[in-house]
Design a protein. Structure first.
Length: 430
């Protein structure tokens, strides 16, 4: 089944009523896998390998027998039961409508390849939809949401300039530059270089796919310069600040204290902590599997240190549902059906109260604990007599950087990799 729009529609427009041709197809039904919760009640699950789909039967024109078809259309990449439920209901409505309009899955199976090969004209609309459909196969849900926002803003620009239905080849590098330069102007908003670069990156990814599909000759967005950014980075804490924060958290927010210990002793990024489910923890092997950003990537495996193991045992997870998120808004493991970004923001806002109480400025955040731990480890390895290079090689699997170069840059940025005292090397007396 090959809908033009690769996304499940938010709303299915009302149209005139169509009636099924008797015995040609059955009514499409929603299939949702379920598991029993702690109370023994069957509830929907979004666990890996548990696929949601719309099922229907359509009569084979050659054999006359009914054949089963299943439509998913990317809904299993939605990591929220409530959002996936809405999506599958809309998909069901869309399938019903297309069948009533005379759609046949057999026509699509036999004719789709030929239609694609014969097609020579692609409007901007067609090319963008095709590229998004291809990219959606490898994007995670969060990446898809971010990219689609950028693309929708670009589509409004194309419609405004009567380019959306035009040949995709009519869109030039100049059009993209104008689009990037005009970002935010319609709402009197000043766009910083980071935001502009993010729009450029997302469009570059899409146009790269269009070029790979040989619909356009080259991805000219690659030649548009990236603006210099001045990102505000989290500073590491001093030992005195760590002591004060610990005392405050133990008294006023012990749950956030547990969350932060995962950042410090597991070298997790805050967004990785909120992705952890109970089933990801293996105390027998002392490992935690970390879900990476892209769906197709292999999960990272993190070693559970002694400090982290004590924290996990303190949480008493022995009888907790394995599908539960480890950290949630309820301050206890549970199903938490919101985006990873919202989860991370929720804990960041919770730490904001601590910052205000201890007079910490905007340069500090939960990420600062990871930086502090990195400096502490690097300094400890140096005191143990390791050379800088030996210390960095030892840290590489701990911080999970992809290369020594990227770890070098990280340590420089957080102030860990500094030259030794060179005061006595001067011959000048000024």
């Amino acid at each position: 089944m090959n809908f033009k729009n690769p996304f499940v529609p938010k709303l299915v427009p009302k149209t005139e009523t169509y009636f099924n041709i008797k015995n040609v197809f059955t009514k499409p039904k929603i299939v949702i896998p379920k598991v029993r919760n702690e109370q023994g009640k069957l509830v929907p699950t979004i666990a890996t390998g548990k696929y949601w789909y719309v099922k229907y039967f359509y009569r084979d024109p050659e054999t006359g027998k009914l054949k089963e078809f299943r439509e998913k259309k990317g809904i299993n990449r939605i990591n929220s039961i409530s959002l996936r439920t809405k999506a599958i209901k809309n998909l069901q409505k869309a399938v019903v409508r297309y069948l009533q309009l005379g759609y046949s899955p057999f026509d699509t199976v036999q004719g789709s390849v030929k239609t694609t090969l014969d097609k020579t004209f692609y409007s901007a609309k067609d090319a963008l939809e095709l590229a998004i459909e291809q990219k959606s196969k490898i994007w995670s849900a969060s990446t898809k949401n971010i990219c689609v926002i950028s693309i929708n803003v670009f589509i409004r620009f194309l419609k405004k300039n009567n380019l959306y239905e035009s040949d995709i080849k009519a869109i030039t590098k100049r059009h993209i530059i104008i689009f990037l330069n005009e970002l935010g102007k319609d709402k009197n908003i000043t766009i910083n270089s980071t935001t502009r670069n993010n729009y450029r990156k997302n469009l570059c990814s899409i146009f790269g796919q269009i070029a790979d599909d040989e619909i356009i000759v080259t991805n000219f967005i690659e030649k548009i310069p990236i603006l210099k950014e001045k990102p505000q980075k989290n500073k590491p804490f001093t030992k005195q600040q760590i002591k004060e924060i610990k005392e405050h958290l133990l008294t006023h927010d012990p749950y956030l204290y547990l969350f932060i210990k995962f950042v410090m002793y597991g070298f997790f990024r805050p967004v990785e902590v909120v992705r952890i489910k109970v089933k990801d923890i293996n105390l027998d092997r002392n490992t935690i599997s970390v879900k990476s950003k892209t769906e197709e990537s292999i999960a990272n495996v993190v070693y559970i240190t002694k400090q982290l193991k004590e924290t996990i045992l303190q949480m008493d997870l022995q009888h907790v549902n394995l599908e539960y998120n480890l950290f949630t808004v309820n301050s206890t493991p549970a199903i938490w059906n919101v985006s990873d970004t919202r989860k991370r923001t929720w804990f960041g806002t919770r730490f904001l109260k601590v910052k205000r109480k201890l007079n910490l400025n905007e340069n500090y955040g939960i990420y600062s604990f990871r930086h502090t731990a990195a400096i502490d480890l690097f300094t400890t390895y140096q005191k143990q007599g390791l050379t800088d290079l030996e210390a960095k090689h030892k840290m590489l699997p701990i911080t999970r950087h992809k290369s020594i170069d990227s770890l070098n840059k990280y340590l420089r940025d957080i102030g860990a990799s500094l030259p030794k005292d060179y005061s006595d090397d001067y011959s000048l007396d000024f």
